[in-house]
Write a protein that binds this ligand. Structure first.
Ligand code: IPE
Ligand code: IPE
Ligand code: MG
Length: 241
């Protein structure tokens, strides 16, 4: 599914929120302080996104590779996710935000899994903004799980090879309910995608900013989205006169 390029707007914006650790280290503070500040930024961005015409906001919070970090940092991050859900639930609902999660939940703490399922259920009827948080998400892991589920269907005799289409693969991914991202933003100056939405971003536009995530403001988001409106997206076709 493509975003609505007809409107020229960035309908689905996906963000790789990077640079929390450096932001804290630069100040001589523990990395977790940067993560806490980063979570505050998420609140502001979520609040302003609908005013910028964004209908879908997908944010990368924890990758399948982030388990390589210290136990202290991993547990600290999991605590921040749980607190965010608990504390923001009321406000998100009041602001019309539907919350979803993508990624492999099996490895997450049972209590966090319950909080995630709870807020998904409680906000399922809301439509002002679709906020999706990627936790224990990796594009390769997502594709691997999708292939496994499709093969299980095939082995059970319910799926023929011809039925494996582009759309069938999309429908087997965690993002089955989301349109493809129109714009992917990465903060902190790194110009890689680190396993974020590889299948879904085949035709996304990318923006890389040197700003560290805890310094990323709604104002900068607004400027990036405005720049996106001037881009000429062709989807493999020829520019229309
Ligand atoms: C991004 O900030 C948040 C997560 C990956 C959880 P980092 O923690 O990667 O910050 P840097 O890249 O070390 O500065
Ligand atoms: C990507 O950032 C993952 C998230 C923002 C959650 P990383 O900091 O983990 O990525 P690398 O290690 O620089 O590629
Ligand atoms: Mg990083």
């Amino acid at each position: 599914m493509h975003g609505t390029h007809e409107t020229g707007g960035a309908r689905h914006v996906a963000i790789i929120m990077d640079g929390n650790g450096r932001w804290a280290t630069n100040r001589g503070w523990p990395r977790l302080v940067g993560h806490r500040k980063g979570a505050e930024r998420v609140k502001e961005i979520v609040r302003t996104a609908p005013d910028l015409g964004i209908e879908w906001l997908t944010i990368y919070a924890f990758s399948t590779e982030n388990w390589k970090r210290s136990t202290e940092e991993v547990l600290g991050l999991m605590g921040i996710f749980a607190r965010y859900i608990e504390k923001e639930a009321g406000r998100l609902a009041a602001e019309g935000v539907r919350m979803r999660f993508i990624g492999n939940r099996d490895r997450l703490d049972r209590r966090l899994q319950d909080l995630m399922a709870g807020i998904e259920r409680r906000t399922a009827h809301l439509t002002r903004l679709n906020l999706t948080v990627a936790i224990n998400y990796g594009g390769r892991d997502e594709v691997t799980r999708a292939v496994r589920s499709l093969l299980a269907e095939a082995a059970a005799g319910r799926l023929e090879p011809e039925a494996i289409t582009d759309a069938a693969i999309s429908a087997a991914l965690d993002t089955r309910d989301l349109p493809d991202p129109d714009l992917v933003i990465r903060t902190s100056g790194e110009t890689r995608t680190s396993n974020f939405l590889p299948w879904q971003s085949a035709y996304a536009e990318y923006e890389f900013t040197p700003t560290l995530w805890p310094d990323f403001t709604p104002d900068e988001l607004s400027r990036i989205v405005a720049r996106f409106g001037n881009r000429d997206r062709r989807f493999g076709g020829v520019k229309q006169a």
